[in-house]
Design a protein around this ligand. Sequence first.
Ligand code: AMP
Ligand code: MG
Length: 283
Amino acid sequence: MNYRKEFIVEPGKKVHLDKIDPSYTDKHESHETALPKIQEHLARMDKLQYLLYADGDQSLLVVLQALDAAGKDGVVRHLFSGINPQGISVFSFKQPSKAEAAHDFLWRTHQCAPAKGEIVIFNRSHYEDVLVVRVHKLAEKAVWSKRYDLINDFEKMLTSNGTRILKFLLHISPEEQLARFKQRLDDPTKNWKITDADYTERELWPEYIDAYEDALELTSTPHAPWYIIPANHKWFRDLAISEIIADTLDEMGLKLPPTHVNMEEIFIKYHAAEQKQADEKNG
Ligand code: AMP
Ligand code: MG
């Protein structure tokens, strides 16, 4: 299946999240049947990350957004742990610090944008400034409503500097969220994740859906598309996202750079070193 085509938000198209089934799994029945595909995607991502780094001319930015317990941390853990840590960074954006709040809303994310050759993952992002900020009225409408255009311009600028941008909304149902909250209660190793905010934010579900639908419609662009990922089943979420990332990297035309030495001369030097080592060993 081509999940890039299936889950992309067409630029400018109105989004109705209630029409998208969060439990969708395509033709796959279980984690077991999806696993070989996930592993194939992860192997491709690993190879292509090496090429991205070697090529050194482009970069990849992956944005993860979702309501609580939808699996942003799980995506980071499952999909990126096989990649060379030297080529990848993850940034989590929480409530702004004093310094962050004293700057423009794109300041903190811009600093974390990938350098050439790198993959960067944003666990939450500049989109919080049109989501939580809007839902909790942390800024006036006159302020946050201008941010969609500002975000599009910002992302366009990153793209023109060689960054590919993929944005994923992990789409879960309220029922699945509550089931995951229950797991956090039942599993002592997950108790630490529970916050009061989980439950107050849950009360604002409809407001968040409205804010997400507007953000998706207004900021899915040809250069930085949004994908809505059915995420009630963790394994399907991983399958779809890994395919979209691997296919995107594949398409970036990454290649090994030419050697910047004269290979014939280097062979001569190598053989001389080899000979010298042998001579020294033999006394
Ligand atoms: P978590 O990702 O669960 O650790 O929670 C981080 C919290 O920080 C979430 O409740 C976010 O909504 C909140 N947050 C992130 N960015 C912003 C922002 N720009 N303004 C206000 N709250 C934010
Ligand atoms: Mg949370």
